[in-house]
Design a protein around this ligand. Structure first.
Ligand code: FES
Length: 190
């Protein structure tokens, strides 16, 4: 996962040191899946390449919860980006500012429940005292939910995919995913 520090004029999303992007960088880094762009393609027999629209699948915008109903350290389960295999995810209010967090305290985040190592189930492994998910029941990987799901310990070497969130009044929407869900070659293709 590419991690960037704050750009000039940007506000940080986390006051602590380490692996946390500004919200602007976070959204820009993950914007490719929701942007329209063109590619140069040379068809067989054609003299030159042509610019054609790229075929891009868009993430659904899904209502997954309400800010006023979230309790600190109590996960709310949902499925995203679809209801197919490996879509299990969790929404949580950490009670502490986090990378990519939304809400007045920037402490509401969401992550895949599927371990990036070999797909172990991370349901019911949330550790409130560390704001972490894990250890995974298969090989003990644990992820830091305040820092975009980076690996704290264990066999995995990829961060836990983070679900991009938007807040509209009291409604929380999932609008994309940063990182590749285990078991999928494309997040939108189960
Ligand atoms: S599957 Fe989770 S650590 Fe191996």
């Amino acid at each position: 996962m590419a991690v960037a520090g704050p750009q000039s004029g940007e506000s940080e999303t986390h006051s602590g040191p380490g692996c946390v992007m500004s919200r602007r960088t976070f959204l820009l880094t993950s914007a490719a899946a929701t942007s329209a762009f063109t590619v140069m393609v040379r068809m067989p027999g054609a003299a030159a390449a042509e610019e054609v629209p790229a075929a891009i699948a868009l993430y659904p915008r899904k209502l997954i919860g309400r800010l006023s109903e979230l309790k600190v350290d109590v996960p709310l389960d949902f499925n995203y980006p679809d209801e197919k295999q490996y879509s299990e995810a969790m929404l949580i209010r950490l009670g502490r500012e986090a990378g990519g967090g939304i809400g007045p305290e920037k402490d509401v985040v969401a992550f895949s429940y599927i371990c990036t190592h070999q797909g172990g189930p991370l349901q019911n492994t949330y550790k409130a005292e560390h704001k972490a998910l894990g250890p995974c029941p298969l090989h003990l990987t644990t992820y830091d939910l305040t820092r975009h799901g980076i690996v704290i310990a264990g066999n995995a070497y990829q961060s836990l995919p983070q679900v991009l969130l938007e807040l509209e009044d009291d409604d929380i929407y999932a609008v994309g995913i940063f990182g590749l869900i285990f078991g999928r070659y494309d997040n939108l293709q189960a």
